[in-house]
Design a protein around this ligand. Structure first.
Ligand code: NAP
Length: 317
């Protein structure tokens, strides 16, 4: 594999892109924006992570057999420069705390793009920074780290961005276009996020409990169908009827199309990483309780998942 060092072509000065969390997705966005010549600034956890980053001399983006090293600027949350736009690329369970650390730096016109999977963390972050604009995102791109400060662009996909209050698109999204980050403004972002949450709830916990690929769920069709009935009722009850349309058919289509794959939750557990269950099946169970909807299968699967994670010594929230 060839590794190139890249300094980028500077663009007209414009507000920098701050990237909060330089993990898989944060690095995937940061490297593409920097490669296109934008001013990108990584916000890392603390001084120790900053030192480790400086030792690596930048972030490396791996695409196929090409690797490119981008010496992107980095800082800790207590840096002084104001933040006008920031991609929040932490896991759902870290997002609220990470944003709290930079809240004092947000300029009056700031907007945050929230890339978290599931639901719940976006609303918590938005409540924390009521004067900033929060854009919710749903991504089908795939990335993983094959080493510290290295990201592999593993799956081409698309990003939908939208405002839960149904406002217009922010003006600076052109930067994403110029950086090759496929995206579109979605007037129905909440419906997309609910649909994705329902697909996740119907598939991912079962793959963990049955220790199987997505295709392995073909042996558990009855449970999948029972979950789909409850999840459809939940979506309707939560004023997301569009997200419920043909849910069961799509779940089975995804199971077929990704039969050989292991779900993201399965991979998290296999690698002994904390899962985002509180923002997935946990969020769904709480929403059902809130509207007084009986969802016995969803509830039972969520409880089994908690017991399974606890048994493995992994966090269950
Ligand atoms: P990840 O690789 O674990 O990266 C998360 C990053 O956040 C880590 O680098 C972590 O720092 C950093 N972080 C946590 N707390 C922080 C803080 N207080 N200040 C600064 N940085 C902090 O996670 P990911 O895979 O990119 O996923 C991010 C979100 O995108 C998740 O909700 C995930 O479900 C969603 N998503 C991921 C993919 C994918 O293919 N990876 C696809 C679609 C959606 P350390 O490195 O120091 O731990």
């Amino acid at each position: 594999m060839s590794v190139h060092s890249f300094c980028g072509t500077s663009r007209q000065p414009s507000a920098p892109w701050h990237i909060l969390g330089a993990g898989s997705m944060g690095s995937l966005w940061a490297t593409r924006l920097a490669r296109a010549g934008y001013d990108v600034r990584l916000i890392l956890r603390d001084q120790a992570r900053l030192q480790a980053y400086h030792a690596a001399q930048g972030l490396t983006l791996v695409e196929g057999s090409n690797a490119i090293l981008l010496p992107i600027a980095a800082q800790t949350p207590d840096a002084a420069d104001p933040i006008t736009r920031v991609l929040v690329a932490c896991k759902a369970y870290d997002a609220e705390y990470a944003v709290a650390q930079i809240a004092h730096r947000l300029s009056p016109e700031a907007h945050l793009i929230l890339l978290q999977n599931g639901l719940g963390s976006q609303q918590a972050v938005a409540a924390q920074v009521p004067h900033a604009r929060c854009v919710f995102a749903s991504s089908t791109e795939g990335a993983f780290r094959d080493g510290d400060w290295r990201v592999v662009f593993a799956g081409q996909g698309h990003n939908w961005l939208g405002d839960p209050e149904q406002g217009a698109a922010p003006t600076r999204l052109d930067d994403l276009q110029h950086s090759g980050i496929r995206h579109e403004w979605s007037p129905t972002i909440m419906s997309r996020l609910w649909r994705k949450l329902a697909l996740n709830c119907a598939i991912n916990p079962l793959t963990v409990l049955h220790q199987c690929t997505n295709g392995g769920l073909k042996a558990h069709t009855q449970t999948v169908d029972a979950l789909c009935i409850e999840l459809s009722a939940l979506l309707v009850g939560c004023a997301q009827p569009e997200a419920a349309v043909n849910l069961s058919a799509e779940v089975h289509r995804v199971i077929d199309a990704t039969a050989q794959n292991y779900s993201s939750m399965y991979q998290d557990v296999a690698q002994r990483r904390r899962t985002e269950i509180s923002y997935l099946s946990g969020y769904a169970c709480q929403a059902a309780q809130r509207i007084g909807l009986d969802t016995p299968h969803l509830h039972a699967i969520h409880q089994q998942l908690i017991a399974h994670l606890t048994h493995l010594g992994l966090p269950s929230h």
